[in-house]
Design a protein around this ligand. Structure first.
Ligand code: ZN
Ligand code: ZN
Length: 140
């Protein structure tokens, strides 16, 4: 494909040579995902050189890596909780996106906002939610 589209041969004509990289070994039955991500990160950082892959794989270290990775992903997210519906991710009513003729309700627990129309609640439940406290489907 690359050769056909760009006339380049640097990838298709590589003479691949098999090899084994030294790497940490999984110690439990559930950390393969995070270990693969950490190994891929090391390979990408070192490219084109062979990476030195060294990290701890104890239960505590894997837990910390998961938390670090989850935080990185969350911080990279551009989702704006204050002005987007948690159900459809569109903007507040009247913002030009999302349902134009609906009210807006906030969860008393997680503070997420929702278009009332997106929740599909009946009128009685909506009245109850407006007058008293309300918890979204993620918090109940
Ligand atoms: Zn919505
Ligand atoms: Zn909630």
């Amino acid at each position: 494909m690359r050769r056909t589209c760009h006339g380049k041969t640097e990838w298709v004509d590589i003479k691949w040579k098999g090899g084994v990289l030294a790497h940490p070994v999984q110690q439990d039955g559930s950390s393969c995902g995070i270990i693969v991500i950490m190994m891929a990160r090391a390979v990408m950082k070192a490219l084109p050189a062979a990476p030195v892959i060294r990290f701890g794989t104890s239960k505590k270290e894997m837990t910390n890596e998961r938390k670090t990775l989850a935080l990185q992903i969350l911080k990279a997210s551009v989702f704006d909780l204050a002005s987007k519906c948690a159900m459809c991710s569109m903007g507040k009513p009247g913002s030009g996106s999302g349902p134009p003729m609906t009210d807006w309700i906030q969860c008393d627990t997680c503070q997420r906002w929702f278009h009332e129309q997106c929740l599909g609640m009946d009128t009685a439940d909506l009245e109850q939610a407006r007058e008293h406290s309300w918890n979204c489907c993620l918090c109940t």
